[in-house]
Design a binder for this molecule. Structure first.
Ligand code: 13P
Ligand code: SF4
Length: 322
């Protein structure tokens, strides 16, 4: 994606890369970036990862400032696990369709309908929903989290119904699903994936579990962004059709320069729907301004933070167990 410079930077002659590096040092700041960031931002980050790796990196960071190039719920997680740091977000409007479609009051009402409910929430949800949850999971540890729940509890899973459905299939555990989905992953079209497979018969399809079931059924490998990146490095195919946000392809190409990566096709050829509109709100200009002005800062009510931290810490602890 071609980034449009902010008006105040057009023709300013400012070397943004150098300025960001200088400010990072001056502020004792660390720049954490998700794989779905624009490649320019990935290249200037101190750490790139999937949601779990980023939560772990935020927790162990001893920087004074954590600048989070991702989306709002990820920055919230950084604040929850490392509250004494200043957490900055380049753009406060960087939300997530999964988090936005799952308000805490409705989740509370949903839970109240079941006996002995156990709510596992995908990390893509607000701090308020995390505070209502018994356990958090990410796409890289979700199976393990589901299997850790005692079988006498009624399992509720929010907010991604596609990941939930996939987990039911993988674990054999029945779960009540919240009807949410990711606006990016639901645009991957089965018809067009099949067309691409026909055109590239040796290509393997790798997909994120947020994709809809028919696309997952056509996939050779399903996993979190980090797991997909890992897979293409150890697998022996030459060509991959990548059914997740296209930002990950930057790291895939870096890791495997001799392989070919085809961005998974959305239904309409004319849209860039395989780019998350929230993730892509972040720009180097906004990163520079956040470091320069130490704003926008993510703050959180301490009581909420403590309640939300319980299921996250439980997840982080369980993730470390073999
Ligand atoms: P992971 O980082 O766990 O792969 O999740 C992808 C995603 O959609 C983040 O919003
Ligand atoms: Fe949310 Fe989907 Fe964007 Fe991830 S890709 S942040 S799930 S809208």
């Amino acid at each position: 994606m071609q980034l449009t410079p902010l008006p105040q930077f057009q023709g300013s002659g400012l070397d943004l890369d150098a300025e960001i590096a200088r400010l990072k040092k001056e502020r004792n700041a660390v720049l954490l970036a998700h794989y779905y960031q624009d490649s320019e931002i990935q290249d200037m980050a101190d750490f790139i990862g999937d949601s779990l790796q980023l939560a772990q990196a935020a927790k162990k960071s001893d920087a004074d400032v954590i600048l989070f190039a991702g989306v709002h719920f990820m920055a919230e997680v950084a604040k929850i696990v490392n509250p004494s740091r200043t957490v900055l977000v380049p753009d406060m409007k960087a939300g997530c369709s999964l988090a936005d479609g799952c308000p805490a009051p409705q989740v509370r009402a949903w839970k109240a309908r079941y006996e002995r409910p156990f709510l596992i929430s995908y990390i893509n949800c607000s701090a308020e929903v995390k505070a209502e949850s018994d356990l958090i999971c990410t796409s890289s540890n979700a199976e393990k989290m589901v299997m850790s729940v005692p079988s006498d509890r009624t399992l509720l899973f929010a907010p991604d119904k596609n990941l939930g459905r996939y987990l039911i299939k993988k674990t054999g555990r029945s779960m009540e699903l919240w009807p949410g989905s990711c606006i990016v992953h639901e645009t991957f079209s089965l018809k067009r994936v099949v067309e691409l497979k026909r055109k590239h018969p040796d290509a393997k399809v790798v997909a994120h579990p947020e994709c809809e079931e028919p696309v997952l059924d056509e996939s050779d490998f399903i996993g979190s962004t980090a797991a997909l990146l890992n897979f293409v490095q150890r697998d022996d195919a030459q060509t991959y059709i990548v059914a997740t946000e296209s930002g990950i392809i930057h790291q895939m190409k870096k890791a495997c320069p001799d392989k070919t990566f085809i961005a998974g096709p959305p239904e309409s050829e004319s849209c860039s729907c395989n780019e998350c509109p929230f993730m892509r709100l972040n720009t180097p200009e906004k990163i520079y301004l956040a470091l320069r002005d130490l704003t926008p800062e993510l703050t959180m009510d301490e009581e909420l933070r403590q309640r939300a931290s319980l299921p996250i810490e439980r997840m982080l602890e369980l993730s470390q167990k073999p």
